[in-house]
Design a protein around this ligand. Structure first.
Ligand SMILES: N[C@@H](CCC(=O)N[C@@H](CS)C(=O)NCC(=O)O)C(=O)O
Length: 214
């Protein structure tokens, strides 16, 4: 059964797609255009009642929340492709810890910046400069914690690549690319080396090479 991933043009669905590639799982994509409000259509809300991307359909099984989806596939296909979970219970605890940090400390200020820098102009909404400054400060503090952590281990959960690293790819790509805030990564030696490592993985390069239809 081929996994259907909805909304491949956006960052959170790319978190799922890069995981499926790491695991060697076949998938197809279903375009959903946020600017046309397709995520609020009755058909889409049947699959994802909050109207957010992504959602996956795997036969009769439907799952939303990108981090729940990557955990599901990492567990379901544990022995296929890259092991993204860690081997011992302690390693798994650390993977979960850094995934939670990504979801609750890194993503919120960054998401707001993404919306303000990349999406507001398309909607004719002006940026809130105070909010932007506040978010950048919050993100800097989180990155300082990563800098310290990555001075002690190659990846966030230890010396192995895991979901905890993979989860950072799509939104950090916005930061270093179209948002032109790569200095936030490059000013931190260990974060910078980590970013070069994880973003050069063939799985992520493949995601970047796809030209998904909007
Ligand atoms: N916690 C959700 C958040 C997903 C999310 O914010 N998706 C964005 C696209 S990257 C979205 O659908 N935004 C449209 C909206 O919230 O109306 C997840 O990780 O799946």
């Amino acid at each position: 059964m081929v996994v259907k991933v909805y909304g491949p043009n956006y960052a959170s669905p790319k978190r799922v797609i890069v995981c499926l590639i790491e695991k060697g799982i076949e998938f197809e994509t279903v375009p959903v255009d946020l600017f046309k409000g397709e995520n609020k259509s009755p058909e889409y809300l049947e699959l994802q009642p909050f109207g957010e991307l992504p959602v996956i359909q795997d036969g009769d099984y439907i799952l939303f929340e990108s981090r729940a989806i990557i955990r599901y596939y990492a567990e379901k296909y544990k022995s296929q492709g890259t092991d993204l979970l860690g081997k011992t219970i302690e390693e798994k605890g650390l993977v979960d810890q850094w995934l939670e940090v990504e979801a609750h400390k890194y993503q919120p200020p960054l998401y707001d910046m993404v919306v303000q820098i990349l999406f507001f102009p398309k909607m004719g909404i002006p940026k809130d400069e105070n909010k932007m400054k506040e978010n950048e400060e919050k993100l800097s503090k989180v990155l300082d914690v990563y800098e310290e952590r990555l001075s002690k281990s190659k990846y966030l959960a230890g010396d192995f690549f895991s979901l905890a690293d993979l989860s950072y790819l799509p939104f950090t790509q916005y930061l270093v690319g179209p948002m032109e805030k790569g200095y936030m990564i490059r000013n931190r030696k260990h974060v910078s080396a980590w970013w070069d490592d994880i973003s050069s993985r063939p799985s992520w390069q493949k995601v970047l090479s796809f030209n998904f239809n909007p």
